[in-house]
Write a protein that binds this ligand. Sequence first.
Ligand code: F6R
Length: 617
Amino acid sequence: MCGITGYIGYRKAYPIIINGLKRLEYRGYDSAGLILYDGKDIKMAKTKGKVSNLEEKITNNITTTGNIGFGHTRWATHGIPNDINSHPHFSESENLAIIHNGIIENYDTIKKELINRGYTFKSDTDTEVLVNLIEEVKKQKGVKLGKAVQIALNEVVGAYAIVVFDKTKPNEFVVAKLGSPIAIGIGEDNTEFFVASDASPFIEYTKNAVYLEDEELAIIKVGKSIKIRKIKDDSLVDANILELKLNLEQIEKGGYDHFMLKEIYEQPKAITDTFRGRLLANKGIIRMAGIDDNIQRLLNANRIIIVGCGTSWHAGLVAEYLFEDIARIPVEVEYGSEFRYRNPIITENDVVIAISQSGETADTLAAIKMAKEKGAFVFGVCNVVGSSIARETDAGAYTHAGPEIGVASTKAFTTQITLLTLIALKLGEAKGTLSKATYHTYLQEMELIPNKVETLLTINDKIKYIASIYKDATNFLYLGRGFNFPVALEGALKLKEISYIHAEGYPAAEMKHGPIALIDENMPIVVIATKKGHYEKVVSNIQEIKSRDGKIIAVVTEGDTTVKEIADHVIEIPETEEGLTPLLTTIPLQLLSYHIAVMLNKNVDQPRNLAKSVTVE
Ligand code: F6R
């Protein structure tokens, strides 16, 4: 939530900041703003709306000179999205400027105190309170900016990634982190520095970066090496400079109209990348260091608790079916937010698997911190390398899906399922809970999945046609059973988040316990009816829909003739093991929601009110 980026060095800062903000816009797009320092004055521009609105405002109002500056794209928490509440914020004297991603929970108490001391506030934000607190500390204690930031941060409760600039000392930034991510890009010989919520804004300038850990503060001075201290006890920390693997091509649209479509089409490669080097089907081996090193912990677990949010929670539900069916280990799947607050019973014999694309989701992060405190072993399934959840977990495995920029998750979901399937198979093999023959069939079938996804993508036009028929529906129902019940949930989530059409996912058999009342001739119902997944029962459900005049869009196994006769539309998926079908049935549902949203002129990549990385609880 909220993207922040900045530059200090010898290049023109404006293009770096504005392009960086465009790359970070997936993190929030309620408003955008920046400051530029031209050697004399700080110029500020900010506006409600998108980075493109900011660009327009700037071309009309301020010159874009200067080699220092920073910008912000906001997902509103405190204060409605308007020009004034947009970041950056000045302190009272306008000497200090700040950008902030996070929430200061005790801002109200601090604000009252500052008002008593004569401070006035222009915005409703917690961030303006923080920058004034820093100014007050600096004044009262007569300390330098870095020290003042440190003292102020020790007084606040909440989460933050901040960058602070002081006009009276214009050769440095002070950067700090607790809870929200921040990366610092380092130019050759420290001649320039970049800061950003992720590395995408500076990837074409440098591959060397430091990711600050929680409760760390960095002082960045041009010409000097970066200095990092612990906020609490002032101790010095060695800068751990990483070499980034990300490249520019991965974060551009590459000829597609939207990131979401690009990411849907990337799935054959993304799934291959997930199992590359891990799945050796010919040898009958699955190699995963994070699992191999901790196999006894997993095999001896009383139960596995899977935590995640949104799409990642849906991947967890698929994993529940896989782990119980293949490895015979009891599984519970929990929303991070609920798990954390309901005083759950966790023991040292439990294993928690945390699933998160971004690795920054606050609810999931809080859940695993609690599970760790109670002695559980925590395993992470993340996409973003070096993310907070990846660092917080005891062990883990990356999905290697590559950057996912469209706010609606697509390739993250299928790669999470791929990885979780490998884990289930590995455990099942080690426990002897599935036959050798079934194990080998799974491995060989898994290798074929990318090609099968590729084949499925060729029916895009057919799905576009179906989308054109139902785009004006106001409600959709998605039904599935077994492994494909979570896919029904995911299909409904995809549709509602990008097209704003109300959609519900249900286990097919539950339809008769309530949702059937909704069915009439205006109701499209997407039913997943693959050959082996309780097929006859689902066919009966389809009959029940038909006799109430519902419109049926059925996802079936290739060659199916029974459903073809009843359904209004049939989408065929190639045959595979039942446990692997979610990797295929998901694809047409992603395309259906994509095309409907495009036809309704919705902002597919940045749906309203959402953000890619939810770093608030
Ligand atoms: C839906 C979507 C969200 C995320 C959820 C968790 O398309 O993207 O529901 O899945 O916010 O995010 P991660 O996986 O980053 O923890």
